[in-house]
Write a protein that binds this ligand. Structure first.
Ligand SMILES: NC(=O)c1ccc[n+]([C@@H]2O[C@H](COP(=O)([O-])OP(=O)(O)OC[C@H]3O[C@@H](n4cnc5c(N)ncnc54)[C@H](OP(=O)(O)O)[C@@H]3O)[C@@H](O)[C@H]2O)c1
Length: 247
């Protein structure tokens, strides 16, 4: 991926950090964004540069009007010539059952998980080079009914439909668009109930046919493949990376 530029939203921590590190290891110049945790973003950049890679961190709060335009304005200020790979990874959860979902929380989770990826790509149209790649980080929750997180699951279903349509829209330019759907991955978002709780971990592991909790690298390696030339003939798909959950 020498001479390729990659944008990874939410690339400062968790799955996004692993994706940023993987794409940088493959030779891409990586621009990773964060919303709040500047220290984590700096640390990710340092980890990449220490390994001989190229990375920049950008502050980009997603989920409000004008977010995508502001992100790309900051990207342009870095002086990079266009973008080849866009990974819409930044996302938030909403672990609330039907009866307790507040309207503002519903709007917020859709704004971050669906509206932001939509406009990140729309704003990128003039910057994304032909032959480029878009990878949207979805979730197994779009395929497997999980009423305890149903509004979140609906965002990922919408994101997968966006993937489908973007693939058709951008195909004539040789741009592929795919979703990657993780199952339960050991990141900060799950730390509260998963880390240090052997019973919870055993339960989470039992949900995957492969019998363990996912690691950020499990997802990053799939994204690395989809972003590579090897995946040039794959578009409009949801690639399940749940370790075989709900089979
Ligand atoms: N972990 C799982 O089990 C799992 C399973 C299926 C799908 N996923 C999906 O995978 C993606 C990454 O999840 P993760 O577990 O790695 O999450 P995470 O550890 O919570 O990291 C989230 C990343 O997104 C950024 N972010 C959060 N809210 C943002 C906002 N409003 N605007 C801009 N950036 C924002 C964070 O930046 P700051 O640190 O600066 O806030 C951070 O870089 C998400 O789309 C998630 O839905 C995760």
């Amino acid at each position: 991926m020498r001479n390729k530029n990659a944008l990874v939203t939410g690339g400062s921590r968790g799955i996004g950090r692993a994706i940023a590190e993987r794409l940088a290891a493959d030779g891409a110049t990586v621009v990773l964004t964060y919303a709040n945790d500047e220290a984590a973003a700096r640390e990710t950049v340092e980890r990449i540069t220490k390994d001989g890679g190229r990375a920049h961190a950008l502050h980009a709060e997603l989920g409000r009007h004008g977010d995508a335009a502001a992100l790309w304005a900051a990207y342009d200020a870095l002086g990079l010539d266009g973008v080849d790979i866009i990974v819409n990874n930044a996302g938030i959860g909403l672990p609330v059952p039907l009866g307790q979902v507040a309207e503002e929380d519903f709007d917020r989770v859709f704004a971050v998980n669906v509206r932001a990826p939509f406009f990140v790509v729309q704003e990128a149209l003039g910057r994304l080079r032909d032959g480029g790649r878009v990878v949207n980080i979805s979730s197994g929750a779009a395929r497997i009914a999980m009423p305890e997180i149903l509004a979140y699951g609906a965002t990922k279903g919408a994101l997968d439909t966006l993937t489908l349509n973007l693939a058709k829209a951008l195909g004539p330019r040789g741009i592929t668009v795919n979703s990657v759907a993780p199952g339960i991955v050991d990141t900060d978002v799950n730390a509260g109930w998963l880390r240090g709780n052997a019973e919870a971990e055993a339960h989470a592991a039992s949900l995957a046919a492969l019998g363990r909790v996912g690691r950020p690298e499990d997802i990053a390696d799939v994204v690395g493949f989809l972003a590579s030339d090897d995946a040039r003939w794959v578009t409009g798909r949801v690639v399940d990376a749940t370790g075989g959950a709900g089979l």
